[in-house]
Design a binder for this molecule. Structure first.
Ligand SMILES: *Cc1c(COP(=O)(O)O)cnc(C)c1O
Length: 430
Protein backbone atom coordinates (compact mmCIF):
# COMPACT_ATOMS: atom_id res chain seq x y z
CA UNK A 1 0.00 0.00 0.00
CA UNK A 2 2.79 2.34 1.01
CA UNK A 3 4.43 1.94 -2.40
CA UNK A 4 1.17 2.60 -4.19
CA UNK A 5 0.75 5.90 -2.38
CA UNK A 6 4.33 6.98 -2.97
CA UNK A 7 4.02 6.11 -6.63
CA UNK A 8 0.64 7.81 -7.03
CA UNK A 9 1.97 11.03 -5.51
CA UNK A 10 5.19 10.84 -7.49
CA UNK A 11 3.16 10.68 -10.68
CA UNK A 12 1.35 13.81 -9.54
CA UNK A 13 4.62 15.70 -9.09
CA UNK A 14 5.11 15.25 -5.35
CA UNK A 15 8.68 14.47 -4.28
CA UNK A 16 9.54 11.94 -1.57
CA UNK A 17 10.64 14.78 0.73
CA UNK A 18 7.33 16.61 0.44
CA UNK A 19 5.39 13.37 0.86
CA UNK A 20 7.34 12.29 3.93
CA UNK A 21 6.96 15.63 5.64
CA UNK A 22 3.23 15.71 4.86
CA UNK A 23 2.73 12.17 6.13
CA UNK A 24 4.47 13.07 9.35
CA UNK A 25 2.23 16.13 9.79
CA UNK A 26 -0.89 14.12 9.04
CA UNK A 27 0.13 11.45 11.50
CA UNK A 28 0.41 14.07 14.25
CA UNK A 29 -3.16 15.25 13.60
CA UNK A 30 -4.93 11.91 13.99
CA UNK A 31 -6.47 12.60 17.38
CA UNK A 32 -7.58 16.06 16.46
CA UNK A 33 -9.19 14.80 13.28
CA UNK A 34 -11.03 12.12 15.24
CA UNK A 35 -12.50 14.82 17.51
CA UNK A 36 -13.63 16.80 14.48
CA UNK A 37 -15.29 13.72 13.04
CA UNK A 38 -17.59 13.65 16.08
CA UNK A 39 -18.83 17.17 15.34
CA UNK A 40 -19.41 16.18 11.72
CA UNK A 41 -21.27 13.07 12.81
CA UNK A 42 -23.66 15.18 14.89
CA UNK A 43 -24.14 17.70 12.11
CA UNK A 44 -24.80 14.93 9.59
CA UNK A 45 -27.54 13.60 11.85
CA UNK A 46 -28.92 17.11 12.35
CA UNK A 47 -29.30 17.57 8.57
CA UNK A 48 -30.67 14.08 8.02
CA UNK A 49 -33.17 14.41 10.83
CA UNK A 50 -34.47 17.73 9.41
CA UNK A 51 -34.97 16.13 6.00
CA UNK A 52 -36.77 13.14 7.48
CA UNK A 53 -38.95 15.27 9.74
CA UNK A 54 -40.19 17.27 6.76
CA UNK A 55 -40.69 14.09 4.74
CA UNK A 56 -38.61 15.07 1.77
CA UNK A 57 -39.63 12.96 -1.18
CA UNK A 58 -38.80 12.65 -4.86
CA UNK A 59 -41.53 15.16 -5.70
CA UNK A 60 -39.53 17.85 -3.86
CA UNK A 61 -36.57 17.48 -6.17
CA UNK A 62 -38.30 18.57 -9.38
CA UNK A 63 -38.25 21.98 -11.08
CA UNK A 64 -40.77 24.78 -11.51
CA UNK A 65 -40.68 27.55 -14.10
CA UNK A 66 -42.29 30.96 -14.59
CA UNK A 67 -43.69 32.43 -11.40
CA UNK A 68 -42.88 29.27 -9.51
CA UNK A 69 -46.11 29.25 -7.51
CA UNK A 70 -46.52 26.28 -5.17
CA UNK A 71 -42.99 25.01 -5.61
CA UNK A 72 -43.16 22.17 -3.09
CA UNK A 73 -39.42 21.58 -3.10
CA UNK A 74 -38.59 25.21 -2.42
CA UNK A 75 -41.05 25.42 0.45
CA UNK A 76 -39.82 22.17 1.99
CA UNK A 77 -36.18 23.20 1.62
CA UNK A 78 -36.89 26.40 3.53
CA UNK A 79 -38.51 24.39 6.32
CA UNK A 80 -35.46 22.13 6.43
CA UNK A 81 -33.07 25.10 6.66
CA UNK A 82 -35.19 26.66 9.43
CA UNK A 83 -35.10 23.34 11.28
CA UNK A 84 -31.32 23.00 10.98
CA UNK A 85 -30.60 26.58 12.01
CA UNK A 86 -33.22 26.50 14.76
CA UNK A 87 -35.15 29.50 13.40
CA UNK A 88 -38.82 30.32 12.85
CA UNK A 89 -38.38 30.87 9.14
CA UNK A 90 -35.93 30.69 6.25
CA UNK A 91 -35.50 32.14 2.79
CA UNK A 92 -33.32 29.91 0.59
CA UNK A 93 -33.36 30.94 -3.02
CA UNK A 94 -31.60 30.57 -6.33
CA UNK A 95 -32.60 34.19 -6.97
CA UNK A 96 -30.15 35.25 -4.25
CA UNK A 97 -27.06 35.56 -6.43
CA UNK A 98 -24.31 35.35 -3.78
CA UNK A 99 -23.48 35.99 -0.14
CA UNK A 100 -23.16 39.74 -0.63
CA UNK A 101 -26.64 39.82 -2.15
CA UNK A 102 -28.11 37.83 0.74
CA UNK A 103 -26.52 40.27 3.20
CA UNK A 104 -27.79 43.26 1.23
CA UNK A 105 -31.34 41.85 1.31
CA UNK A 106 -31.19 41.06 5.04
CA UNK A 107 -29.99 44.57 5.86
CA UNK A 108 -32.02 46.68 3.46
CA UNK A 109 -35.26 44.81 4.18
CA UNK A 110 -35.04 45.27 7.92
CA UNK A 111 -33.77 48.85 8.08
CA UNK A 112 -35.78 52.00 7.38
CA UNK A 113 -34.74 55.63 6.80
CA UNK A 114 -33.50 57.13 10.07
CA UNK A 115 -32.39 53.78 11.48
CA UNK A 116 -28.84 53.16 12.56
CA UNK A 117 -26.74 50.07 11.86
CA UNK A 118 -23.73 49.16 14.01
CA UNK A 119 -20.89 46.73 13.38
CA UNK A 120 -19.60 45.86 16.86
CA UNK A 121 -16.78 43.74 15.38
CA UNK A 122 -14.79 46.33 13.44
CA UNK A 123 -14.52 46.64 9.69
CA UNK A 124 -16.89 44.29 7.84
CA UNK A 125 -16.17 42.24 4.70
CA UNK A 126 -15.01 44.25 1.71
CA UNK A 127 -18.27 44.07 -0.27
CA UNK A 128 -20.26 45.21 2.78
CA UNK A 129 -18.63 48.63 2.52
CA UNK A 130 -20.64 49.36 -0.61
CA UNK A 131 -23.89 47.92 0.76
CA UNK A 132 -23.61 50.13 3.80
CA UNK A 133 -22.17 53.10 1.92
CA UNK A 134 -18.87 53.28 3.82
CA UNK A 135 -17.56 53.67 0.28
CA UNK A 136 -20.14 55.78 -1.56
CA UNK A 137 -22.13 53.52 -3.84
CA UNK A 138 -25.35 53.63 -5.84
CA UNK A 139 -28.24 52.12 -3.89
CA UNK A 140 -26.33 51.92 -0.61
CA UNK A 141 -28.07 52.06 2.78
CA UNK A 142 -26.53 55.52 3.24
CA UNK A 143 -28.44 56.76 0.18
CA UNK A 144 -31.65 55.61 1.87
CA UNK A 145 -30.85 57.50 5.06
CA UNK A 146 -29.58 54.61 7.16
CA UNK A 147 -26.62 55.68 9.27
CA UNK A 148 -23.73 53.45 10.28
CA UNK A 149 -21.28 53.19 13.14
CA UNK A 150 -18.46 50.78 13.73
CA UNK A 151 -16.87 49.76 17.01
CA UNK A 152 -13.33 48.46 16.59
CA UNK A 153 -12.20 45.28 18.30
CA UNK A 154 -9.77 45.59 21.19
CA UNK A 155 -6.11 45.00 20.53
CA UNK A 156 -6.37 41.34 21.55
CA UNK A 157 -9.19 40.75 19.06
CA UNK A 158 -11.99 40.68 21.65
CA UNK A 159 -15.14 42.82 21.78
CA UNK A 160 -14.98 46.36 23.14
CA UNK A 161 -18.07 46.02 25.34
CA UNK A 162 -17.71 49.52 26.77
CA UNK A 163 -17.41 50.99 23.28
CA UNK A 164 -20.41 49.00 22.05
CA UNK A 165 -22.53 50.18 24.96
CA UNK A 166 -21.58 53.79 24.26
CA UNK A 167 -22.28 53.44 20.54
CA UNK A 168 -25.86 52.22 21.00
CA UNK A 169 -28.46 54.98 20.72
CA UNK A 170 -32.24 55.28 20.37
CA UNK A 171 -31.77 55.04 16.62
CA UNK A 172 -29.87 51.74 16.76
CA UNK A 173 -32.05 49.22 14.95
CA UNK A 174 -29.63 46.52 13.97
CA UNK A 175 -26.19 44.98 14.56
CA UNK A 176 -24.20 43.31 11.82
CA UNK A 177 -21.87 40.71 13.30
CA UNK A 178 -19.40 38.99 11.02
CA UNK A 179 -18.42 35.56 12.31
CA UNK A 180 -15.53 34.80 9.97
CA UNK A 181 -12.42 36.94 9.81
CA UNK A 182 -12.95 36.97 6.04
CA UNK A 183 -9.78 38.31 4.48
CA UNK A 184 -8.45 39.98 7.60
CA UNK A 185 -6.11 38.56 10.20
CA UNK A 186 -8.34 39.14 13.22
CA UNK A 187 -9.56 35.96 14.91
CA UNK A 188 -12.81 34.37 13.78
CA UNK A 189 -15.43 34.35 16.53
CA UNK A 190 -16.75 31.17 18.04
CA UNK A 191 -20.50 30.67 18.26
CA UNK A 192 -20.13 30.95 22.03
CA UNK A 193 -18.43 34.36 21.77
CA UNK A 194 -21.14 35.55 19.39
CA UNK A 195 -23.76 34.38 21.86
CA UNK A 196 -22.13 36.41 24.63
CA UNK A 197 -22.02 39.48 22.43
CA UNK A 198 -25.69 39.12 21.49
CA UNK A 199 -26.71 38.68 25.15
CA UNK A 200 -24.83 41.87 26.00
CA UNK A 201 -26.58 43.81 23.22
CA UNK A 202 -30.05 42.39 24.04
CA UNK A 203 -29.52 43.34 27.67
CA UNK A 204 -29.13 46.96 26.65
CA UNK A 205 -32.05 46.84 24.20
CA UNK A 206 -33.85 43.59 23.36
CA UNK A 207 -35.36 45.16 20.23
CA UNK A 208 -32.04 45.54 18.43
CA UNK A 209 -31.95 43.03 15.59
CA UNK A 210 -28.74 40.97 15.67
CA UNK A 211 -27.76 39.72 12.23
CA UNK A 212 -24.80 37.37 11.80
CA UNK A 213 -22.85 37.09 8.56
CA UNK A 214 -22.38 33.32 8.79
CA UNK A 215 -20.30 32.90 5.61
CA UNK A 216 -17.73 30.07 5.89
CA UNK A 217 -18.94 29.16 9.37
CA UNK A 218 -21.79 26.72 8.74
CA UNK A 219 -21.33 23.22 10.21
CA UNK A 220 -17.89 24.00 11.65
CA UNK A 221 -19.32 23.76 15.16
CA UNK A 222 -22.26 21.91 16.69
CA UNK A 223 -24.26 25.13 17.03
CA UNK A 224 -24.95 28.01 14.70
CA UNK A 225 -25.25 31.67 15.80
CA UNK A 226 -29.05 31.34 15.50
CA UNK A 227 -28.89 28.83 18.36
CA UNK A 228 -27.41 31.49 20.64
CA UNK A 229 -29.73 34.41 20.03
CA UNK A 230 -29.06 35.76 16.53
CA UNK A 231 -32.25 37.10 14.93
CA UNK A 232 -30.88 36.36 11.46
CA UNK A 233 -28.06 34.27 10.02
CA UNK A 234 -27.04 34.87 6.44
CA UNK A 235 -24.80 33.03 4.02
CA UNK A 236 -23.93 31.82 0.54
CA UNK A 237 -24.79 28.46 -1.00
CA UNK A 238 -21.58 28.37 -3.00
CA UNK A 239 -19.80 28.16 0.33
CA UNK A 240 -20.40 25.65 3.16
CA UNK A 241 -24.15 24.85 3.12
CA UNK A 242 -24.30 24.22 -0.64
CA UNK A 243 -21.93 21.30 -0.12
CA UNK A 244 -20.23 21.99 -3.46
CA UNK A 245 -23.36 21.05 -5.41
CA UNK A 246 -25.51 24.18 -5.21
CA UNK A 247 -24.77 26.08 -8.44
CA UNK A 248 -25.97 29.45 -7.05
CA UNK A 249 -27.94 30.80 -4.12
CA UNK A 250 -28.02 32.27 -0.66
CA UNK A 251 -29.96 31.88 2.56
CA UNK A 252 -31.44 34.02 5.30
CA UNK A 253 -32.69 32.12 8.35
CA UNK A 254 -34.24 33.94 11.27
CA UNK A 255 -37.31 35.22 13.04
CA UNK A 256 -40.58 35.19 11.14
CA UNK A 257 -40.62 38.97 10.96
CA UNK A 258 -37.04 39.42 9.75
CA UNK A 259 -37.38 36.72 7.09
CA UNK A 260 -40.76 38.05 5.95
CA UNK A 261 -39.23 41.48 5.45
CA UNK A 262 -36.43 39.81 3.49
CA UNK A 263 -38.69 38.01 1.05
CA UNK A 264 -40.75 41.11 0.30
CA UNK A 265 -37.49 42.84 -0.49
CA UNK A 266 -36.09 39.97 -2.59
CA UNK A 267 -39.17 39.79 -4.82
CA UNK A 268 -41.78 42.55 -4.41
CA UNK A 269 -44.18 43.90 -1.82
CA UNK A 270 -47.31 41.75 -2.05
CA UNK A 271 -45.52 38.85 -3.74
CA UNK A 272 -43.02 37.84 -1.09
CA UNK A 273 -42.10 34.18 -0.85
CA UNK A 274 -44.90 33.00 -3.17
CA UNK A 275 -42.86 33.49 -6.34
CA UNK A 276 -39.42 32.27 -7.33
CA UNK A 277 -39.14 29.35 -9.74
CA UNK A 278 -36.41 26.88 -8.90
CA UNK A 279 -35.60 25.91 -12.51
CA UNK A 280 -34.20 22.53 -11.49
CA UNK A 281 -31.86 23.45 -8.61
CA UNK A 282 -33.89 21.80 -5.83
CA UNK A 283 -32.15 18.46 -6.07
CA UNK A 284 -28.70 20.04 -5.84
CA UNK A 285 -29.78 22.30 -2.97
CA UNK A 286 -31.03 19.30 -1.01
CA UNK A 287 -28.16 17.00 -1.90
CA UNK A 288 -25.57 19.72 -1.34
CA UNK A 289 -27.03 20.46 2.09
CA UNK A 290 -27.00 16.75 2.86
CA UNK A 291 -23.31 16.56 1.90
CA UNK A 292 -22.34 19.85 3.55
CA UNK A 293 -21.23 18.55 7.00
CA UNK A 294 -18.88 16.08 5.30
CA UNK A 295 -17.55 18.65 2.84
CA UNK A 296 -16.92 21.17 5.63
CA UNK A 297 -15.11 18.43 7.56
CA UNK A 298 -12.73 17.86 4.64
CA UNK A 299 -12.12 21.57 4.09
CA UNK A 300 -11.43 22.11 7.80
CA UNK A 301 -9.01 19.21 7.99
CA UNK A 302 -7.24 20.62 4.93
CA UNK A 303 -6.95 24.02 6.63
CA UNK A 304 -5.57 22.47 9.82
CA UNK A 305 -3.15 20.34 7.82
CA UNK A 306 -1.96 23.48 6.01
CA UNK A 307 -1.45 25.42 9.25
CA UNK A 308 0.57 22.60 10.76
CA UNK A 309 2.67 22.11 7.65
CA UNK A 310 3.46 25.76 6.99
CA UNK A 311 4.00 26.64 10.63
CA UNK A 312 6.48 23.80 10.81
CA UNK A 313 8.26 25.37 7.83
CA UNK A 314 8.51 28.66 9.73
CA UNK A 315 5.60 30.68 8.31
CA UNK A 316 3.01 32.49 10.38
CA UNK A 317 -0.45 30.97 10.13
CA UNK A 318 -3.84 32.39 11.19
CA UNK A 319 -5.43 30.44 12.80
CA UNK A 320 -2.25 28.82 14.10
CA UNK A 321 -1.51 25.09 14.11
CA UNK A 322 -3.26 24.30 17.38
CA UNK A 323 -6.06 26.81 18.01
CA UNK A 324 -9.72 25.89 17.71
CA UNK A 325 -11.55 26.53 14.44
CA UNK A 326 -14.68 28.55 13.77
CA UNK A 327 -14.52 28.90 9.99
CA UNK A 328 -12.76 27.17 7.08
CA UNK A 329 -10.36 29.97 6.04
CA UNK A 330 -6.62 29.55 6.52
CA UNK A 331 -4.15 32.41 6.18
CA UNK A 332 -0.43 31.82 5.61
CA UNK A 333 1.97 34.76 5.61
CA UNK A 334 5.05 34.56 3.40
CA UNK A 335 6.48 38.13 3.35
CA UNK A 336 7.59 37.30 -0.19
CA UNK A 337 5.68 37.78 -3.47
CA UNK A 338 7.47 34.86 -5.18
CA UNK A 339 6.37 32.43 -2.50
CA UNK A 340 2.79 33.69 -2.69
CA UNK A 341 2.76 33.12 -6.44
CA UNK A 342 4.27 29.64 -6.13
CA UNK A 343 1.74 28.68 -3.45
CA UNK A 344 -1.16 29.77 -5.64
CA UNK A 345 0.30 27.99 -8.68
CA UNK A 346 0.42 24.78 -6.67
CA UNK A 347 -3.24 25.12 -5.65
CA UNK A 348 -4.20 25.74 -9.28
CA UNK A 349 -2.17 22.77 -10.56
CA UNK A 350 -4.02 20.58 -8.06
CA UNK A 351 -7.48 21.50 -9.37
CA UNK A 352 -9.82 19.14 -11.23
CA UNK A 353 -10.73 21.97 -13.65
CA UNK A 354 -8.23 24.34 -15.30
CA UNK A 355 -5.20 22.63 -13.74
CA UNK A 356 -3.23 23.50 -16.88
CA UNK A 357 -3.68 27.24 -16.27
CA UNK A 358 -1.07 29.36 -14.43
CA UNK A 359 -2.53 32.09 -12.21
CA UNK A 360 -0.87 35.51 -12.24
CA UNK A 361 -1.40 38.68 -10.16
CA UNK A 362 -3.92 41.00 -11.82
CA UNK A 363 -5.77 44.24 -10.98
CA UNK A 364 -9.23 43.50 -9.52
CA UNK A 365 -12.22 45.77 -8.97
CA UNK A 366 -12.54 46.72 -5.32
CA UNK A 367 -8.85 46.23 -4.55
CA UNK A 368 -6.12 48.85 -4.51
CA UNK A 369 -3.39 46.41 -5.58
CA UNK A 370 -2.95 43.37 -7.84
CA UNK A 371 -4.53 40.15 -6.64
CA UNK A 372 -3.60 36.56 -7.47
CA UNK A 373 -6.36 33.96 -7.43
CA UNK A 374 -6.14 30.21 -7.78
CA UNK A 375 -9.37 28.34 -8.43
CA UNK A 376 -10.27 25.42 -10.58
CA UNK A 377 -13.84 24.82 -9.58
CA UNK A 378 -16.87 23.00 -11.00
CA UNK A 379 -19.00 25.95 -9.87
CA UNK A 380 -17.48 29.23 -10.99
CA UNK A 381 -16.08 31.14 -8.02
CA UNK A 382 -17.24 28.58 -5.47
CA UNK A 383 -14.91 28.97 -2.53
CA UNK A 384 -16.09 25.77 -0.82
CA UNK A 385 -13.99 24.21 -3.59
CA UNK A 386 -10.22 24.32 -3.26
CA UNK A 387 -9.17 27.92 -3.80
CA UNK A 388 -6.60 30.50 -2.70
CA UNK A 389 -6.13 34.19 -3.17
CA UNK A 390 -3.74 36.88 -2.10
CA UNK A 391 -3.50 40.65 -2.45
CA UNK A 392 0.02 41.39 -3.68
CA UNK A 393 1.30 43.59 -0.89
CA UNK A 394 3.06 43.21 2.47
CA UNK A 395 2.78 41.04 4.46
CA UNK A 396 2.09 38.81 1.43
CA UNK A 397 -0.57 36.66 3.04
CA UNK A 398 -2.37 33.91 1.14
CA UNK A 399 -5.94 33.05 2.10
CA UNK A 400 -6.72 29.46 1.40
CA UNK A 401 -10.02 27.63 1.76
CA UNK A 402 -12.19 24.76 0.67
CA UNK A 403 -11.73 21.40 -0.94
CA UNK A 404 -14.65 19.09 -1.59
CA UNK A 405 -12.84 16.28 0.20
CA UNK A 406 -10.00 16.14 2.69
CA UNK A 407 -7.85 14.17 0.28
CA UNK A 408 -8.18 16.84 -2.35
CA UNK A 409 -7.55 19.70 0.08
CA UNK A 410 -4.47 17.85 1.34
CA UNK A 411 -3.22 17.26 -2.18
CA UNK A 412 -3.64 20.96 -2.98
CA UNK A 413 -1.50 21.89 0.01
CA UNK A 414 1.09 19.27 -0.95
CA UNK A 415 1.16 20.66 -4.47
CA UNK A 416 1.65 24.19 -3.14
CA UNK A 417 4.67 23.00 -1.20
CA UNK A 418 5.92 21.02 -4.20
CA UNK A 419 5.77 24.21 -6.26
CA UNK A 420 7.73 26.17 -3.63
CA UNK A 421 10.28 23.36 -3.63
CA UNK A 422 10.45 23.17 -7.42
CA UNK A 423 11.13 26.90 -7.69
CA UNK A 424 13.92 26.65 -5.10
CA UNK A 425 12.03 28.90 -2.67
CA UNK A 426 12.07 26.45 0.17
CA UNK A 427 14.37 23.82 1.61
CA UNK A 428 12.71 20.79 3.08
CA UNK A 429 14.72 19.39 5.95
CA UNK A 430 13.10 16.30 7.41
C1 LIG B 1 -17.73 35.36 1.05
C2 LIG B 1 -18.15 36.29 2.10
C3 LIG B 1 -19.11 37.27 1.86
C4 LIG B 1 -19.69 37.57 0.50
O1 LIG B 1 -20.05 36.48 -0.22
P1 LIG B 1 -20.01 36.47 -1.82
O2 LIG B 1 -20.73 35.23 -2.13
O3 LIG B 1 -18.58 36.44 -2.22
O4 LIG B 1 -20.71 37.68 -2.30
C5 LIG B 1 -19.48 38.07 2.92
N1 LIG B 1 -18.95 37.92 4.14
C6 LIG B 1 -18.01 37.00 4.41
C7 LIG B 1 -17.44 36.88 5.78
C8 LIG B 1 -17.59 36.15 3.39
O5 LIG B 1 -16.66 35.23 3.66
Amino acid sequence: MHNHITEAYEQMGISKEVLMLCQEIEESLKERFAEMDKVTECNQLKVLSAMQKHQISEAHLGPTTGYGYNDMGREALEKVYAEIFGTEAALVRAQITCGTHALAIALSSNLRPGDELISPVGKPYNTMEEIIGIRPSKGSLAEYGVTYKQVELLEDGTFDYEGIKNAISDKTKMMTIQRSKGYLTRPTFSVKQIGELISFIKNINPNIICMVDNCYGEFVELDEPSNVGADMVVGSLIKNPGGGLAPIGGYICGTKECVENAYYRLTAPGLGAEVGATLGVNKDFFQGLFNAPQVVNGALKGAIFAANLYERLGFECVPNATESRHDIIQAVTFHDPEKVIAFCEGIQYAAPIDSHVTPTPWPMPGYNCDVIMAAGAFISGASIELSADAPMHEPYTVYFQGGLSYHHAKFGIMKSLAQLEKKGLINIIL
